[in-house]
Structure formats: C-alpha cells, structure tokens
Design a protein around this ligand. Sequence first.
Ligand SMILES: [Fe+2]
Ligand SMILES: [Fe+2]
Length: 344
Amino acid sequence: MNSSRALFSPALTANISRAACKGIYSSTATAAGLRASCAAIRPFNIPSQRNFSVSHRAQLEFFPPPKNLPNIKITPPSWPHPDFTEKQLKDIEVAHRDVRTASDWVAYNSVRFLRWCTDVVTGYRHDPNKPYKMSERKWLVRFIFLETVAGVPGMVGGMLRHYHSLRRMKRDNGWIETLLEDAYNERMHLLTFLKMAQPGWFMKFMILGAQGVFSNAFFLAYLVSPKTCHRFVGYLEEEATKTYSYAIEDLESGKLPAWENLEAPDIAIKYWNMPEGHQSMKDLLYYIRADEAKHREIHHTLGNLNQKEDPNPFVSEYKDPSQPHPGKGIEHIKSTGWERKDVI
Ligand SMILES: [Fe+2]
Ligand SMILES: [Fe+2]
C-alpha cells in the first residue's frame, strides 16, 4: 500500500503546514502547546528536527516484511475481530450517558479536562465559524496521540483484576479477557495509523509523557474506585466516537481530498476482515468508530455492575439467548451501556 506518498505530496504537505500554522498563530486561543504541536507536525519535506514526518522509514521501522522463518507460517491475532455489517457501521451514533451520581460527575469532568488538554496538544479545533480547519495531517496527529492513550485503561484494568484474582484466590468471572481485548483493539487502531504517518521526536516525547502520567494515574484510580474508572472510560469513548464521526463528516463533505480515494492499509483490511469494495480510508474510519462505540458500551456497562461479584455480561451465556443481550458484536449495541437489572 503506497499510502504515504499518495497521502502527502511535498506540495500538499507544505500547503497543509502553512495553512495550519497560520490558522494557529492568528487565533486568539494560541497557546504555547499549540505552537509546539504545530512544529511537531511539520511535513517531512521541511527540514526540521521537530518533525511529525510521513515517510517510508515508518514502514521499515514498524512493519518489516514477514520473515521466512523455518517453522512459523503466520501469527494470527489472538482476538479475531467480529464482523460488522455495513448497516451496523452506519447506524453508530454519537451519544451521551447522563451524569447520575457523584462518581459519574468525577468521571465526566475528568474526561472534559483531559479532552481540553488533548485538544491543545494535538491542535484540534472543530468550529465551522473559525477559519481554522482540520487537515488529513491534523487528524492523523490526533488519532495517533489518542490511540496511544486509549490502549492504557484496558491493560491496566485487566492487569489489576488479574492480580486481584491471584491475591484473593478468587475467580474473576470473565472481565480480564474483555479488558485485554479492548486494549489490543486500541493498539490495532494505533498500528493502522502508524502505516500512514510517523511521529517525530516532539510527538514521541508528548506520547511518553502522556503515558507516564496517565498509566500511573489510572493504576492508582482503579485501585481506589474501579467503577468510576469504567465510567471514565465510557465517557472517554463517547469523545472518541464523536471524534471519528467528525472525521467521517469532514471526509464525506470533501474537506479531506487526499483521503477520498485512499485505500486502507493491509494490516487494517486483514484485521477487520474488510470485504471487497469496502476497503477505503472512509470504510476504515467507520470500522474504528464502531469499535469506539463498542468500548463505550462495554465500559458504561461495567461501570453499572458490582465490581466484585458480577460476571462479565459480554462473554456470558444467557438463559434465554433469544432476548437481546450484550455480546462481542454490535448487533444489539447500547450506546449508554446496559443497566445491571437487564443483564445480571
Ligand atoms: Fe481507538
Ligand atoms: Fe476506544
């Protein structure tokens, strides 16, 4: 997939960079972070050490061609992705679960604060009344930064529940696998976007800092209140679903011309099992948005449960399977999560 070249020709990248920098510097909301993030996404043809470059080197570094090993043929994904139909992908909607408890309030406002920080770092703006607009490059910066953070909660939550099960010598009732699968899925989002762009040193530094702070904070918070943490991730995924919906909107209204005829990278086509004729960048964004909506459903549901006793409803067998119930797919997806009384 020759996506890098197709995505950003030298002329286009220079224009994108100029437009983006101009937009940022002329804005009254300009902050040091925004200036820095602009420097971080300078295209590869402008000589700079603070480069968010797009180059073939990314593919060489991150995705070496499969080696011809003497015994191993292929390493398939540990959690194969469930199939989604076109209708299911299109039916995903932006949604918000209202704040009902003090714990919800803490979770929701933490997400709002984090969202503000991320907007500043990735130079995100989605206000049609301002001259500033998102470009393909700006979207990629945002996707990559967000996905490096999104893979943390599932892994930390899964790890802590694993330790808890060992320490207390108790069953976990199926939560660990779903949390690890969630983290795996987020990492696949990241690996897919890294096929299209490679972060420069400034971006890598921001990612390092964000991971250091967020992983430790989430680890401690999960020890104190796992319920609040699942609600927090539910709200975070509401934002992720919104972000991908806006990106799809931009692409469909012709604001992202470089993505209009772009094919999805091979890694994505294989992982999501994208059918023939539905393997474009636009299709990819629909698949990822559906994943984010699924995470939103999972974490809002887990946030409704008794953390110590309840089984994981997403992997349980139901007494009456003919009734809609949570599962791995999105055929009965509930945007604001399942209430405890409906599933346990
Ligand atoms: Fe994601
Ligand atoms: Fe997500």
